[in-house]
Design a protein around this ligand. Structure first.
Ligand code: FES
Ligand code: FES
Length: 141
């Protein structure tokens, strides 16, 4: 980890200037949509990915989060993280990585969980649609 990347103000920056806010056309065959909620507080996150079929990597990411600052920062950071990633790698992202990167306090851990759930759900949606998911990603999603 680069030290510069773990300064606490990163959360504030992502909250004030969230990256990749918006929507992708959910009926497109190369788009996967994840819509998840946090039971702890009722906050909701929608995350969408566009997948390049040739490389099986994520070419575009958009999100909308109806939730707290940490959830917005987590999803904004996640969108930057997963762009260009293979589906397999993106499916392995853990909320603890996001929480660590953003220096989230324990009480805000579930906010980063929302981001992990959202990317998994988006990948699953894409794979269900395109019917070409690798078996290894099956049940853990
Ligand atoms: Fe979700 Fe605080 S409980 S915004
Ligand atoms: Fe519930 Fe952050 S998502 S307080």
């Amino acid at each position: 980890l680069v030290l510069q990347k773990i300064i606490p103000s990163k959360t504030t920056d992502h909250y004030n200037n969230p990256r990749n806010v918006g929507s992708l056309p959910k009926n497109d065959m190369d788009v996967g949509t994840g819509l998840v909620g946090a039971p702890a507080c009722g906050d909701v996150m929608k995350l969408q990915i566009r997948v390049d079929k040739n490389t099986n990597t994520i070419s575009e990411v958009k999100f909308k989060t109806f939730g707290c600052g940490s959830a917005i920062a987590s999803s904004s950071y996640l969108t930057e993280l997963v762009r260009g990633m293979s589906l397999e790698d993106a499916g392995r992202i853990r909320n603890t990585e996001i929480a660590k990167e953003l220096c989230l306090p324990p009480v805000k851990l579930h906010c980063s969980m929302l981001a992990e759930d959202a990317i998994k759900s988006a990948i699953k949606d894409y794979q269900t649609k395109s019917n070409r998911g690798p078996p290894t990603l099956g049940k853990n999603l």
